[in-house]
Design a protein around this ligand. Sequence first.
Ligand SMILES: [Zn+2]
Length: 210
Amino acid sequence: MTELADDGLVRCTWAGGSQLYRDYHDTEWGKPLHGDDALFERLCLEAFQSGLAWITILRKRPAFRAAFAGFEIAKVAEFGDDDRARLMADAGIVRNRAKIDAAIANAKVARDLPVSLDELLWSFAPAPRPRPATNADVPATTPESIALAKELKRRGFAFVGPTTAYALMQATGMVDDHLAVCWVRAAADGTDPAVTFRTQVSARVGNREE
Ligand SMILES: [Zn+2]
């Protein structure tokens, strides 16, 4: 179920399809992420993903960032009807009125939280557990994601159900669902063999050029 990719690395099976998936998997997915705006971006992207392939979102991500003011909560919270019309006319993003409205409404809720979005989301991170051995061991929801979704809903967030909440937890490193065989090291390990590998390769290429 897991194979060596042509770059000699074993990855989670979902990450094999394209370079975009690989890069996202290798450099972002599952790595602990902090910062209100950064987390808001991922919350929005996961909400927009609902019902679509994640690759669609990754392809559209630069357009999303441009359309949503870099996902700065303070700016998106001020979006009005003109922005709604602009977003609905932007073929670069997912033009779904309910999701666009939810993103803007969620920015308002995030801006007005009594705690930071970072603090709120991370307060639901479970204790570390062993990495899943196979895809069958990766849950779609967990008690923590169900609790997070419930709390987000209570606070007024839209489009973040338990499944989306769990995808957010995976994506932002609140849980580590890289398969046990995946080359990506757990955050606690510190070292990053692929970066080291790439650095060595580029150093060799650099030497050759000199
Ligand atoms: Zn992985």
